[in-house]
Design a protein. Sequence first.
Length: 462
Amino acid sequence: GTDTEAELIATLPPTFDWGVATSAYQIEGAVTEDGRGPSIWDTYCRLPGAVDGGDTGDVACDHYHRMPEDVALMRQLGVNAYRFSVAWPRVQPGGRGPANPAGLAFYDRLVDELLANGIDPWLTLYHWDLPQELEDAGGWPVRDTAHRFADYAMLVFDALRDRVRHWTTLNEPWCSAMLGYHEGRQAPGRQDFPASIAAVHHLLLGHGLATQRMRAAADGPAEFAITLNMSQLTPATDSEADRAATRRADGLGVRIYLDPLVRGHYPADVVEDLALAGVRIPVRDGDLDVIATPIDLLGVNYYFSSRCSGVDDQGRSTGPDGRPVHRDVRLGRPVTAMDWEIVPDGLTDLLIRLSHDYPGLPLVITENGAAFRDEPDETGFVRDGDRVAYLAAHLAAVARARLAGADVRGYFAWSLLDNFEWSYGYDKRFGLVRVDYDTQRRVPKQSALWYRDTINRVRQGA
Ligand code: PNW
């Protein structure tokens, strides 16, 4: 990072949480062990052409067997927090009924190992691995799934609430709903827009039901959160069409989640746009009160920002399907290996915007990071200066937002390890720690050493 970035990062307070993040299916492997049932990702990975290279999470980083070694890596990094997810099909192999004790036992050991190493567990209940049996019964577009999720949440909560203080219900419901049920680019790979809107509502309902029940059962200082992936959207030009396209994208990307969560209603313009497309959100009496159950924190996953255009290359604002045109337009910034533009200032703007539009809701960056074409030397070490620059610029962006008044409490780098990057398979590497998938050897990259030094420096107030 540059000097100014280092100065900005040094303004982060001593109470700031420093962490790394992972998710169950992306690192654990051991997909048939100790009674785990199949999830929609086990199924999706087997669809021809669904995942690059035909990769699956069958082995992944073998974290299920190497958990103590991975916690030791975190301790070396000096992080005080670890964000991980629990695999629903380990706890309830078919998505309903009593807990599978062998599945819960893994997370019990993980939590103990973290605490013994001075690392605070931040637990996410759902990071995309829906039990396949629930998908066979209709998945998130079906209302019953919300109730099944709340039952599952209580099984985990009862088992771990004596040691876990930070509870997040869902990771990125936009991805579950839109990539899973509309675009079909993630599990379960369906392409049904009305179903994806029903999924949005039932994900939010599941979040609310679970939060309500966990809160009622909490007897200690538990904190409840949801994590959303968000971008800062700006119109490509000042034209009416581009501004409308930006409003619509923000409606389906940000406000369809945060308005019901914080204000207790869906945004009127989104409801209207959906009605024009013949789609209704399947709200029943009382749902919005459940969804608006108070949360303590909002998790923000940030990777890039976009500019939106409402016209195609011929200047038309309506597509052949009669729907309004939406096009992402490049800002012209350098990109990562995901082809995502690097826009740290978008993070500052997003955090300030969130704190204005949804005041009183503390923010935590629950994911931020980048894939680059890492080249290990003969010892396995990766000099990932590009990743260091990415992290430094985004941490500085967080510090800027704080100085402008945004209440940001912590930062989790995505990810601790190179891992299974969903439809991109193992080719895209986000880790601070290199994983050799032939030997499962872990080697901290330059970015890991930089992160460790940065955390130390900021904590010592130097
Ligand atoms: C997040 N998008 O996914 C997930 O929470 C992680 O599991 C994942 O590994 C990480 O980001 C990197 O991709 C996203 O298209 C997937 O905007 C897609 C998008 C955003 C986040």
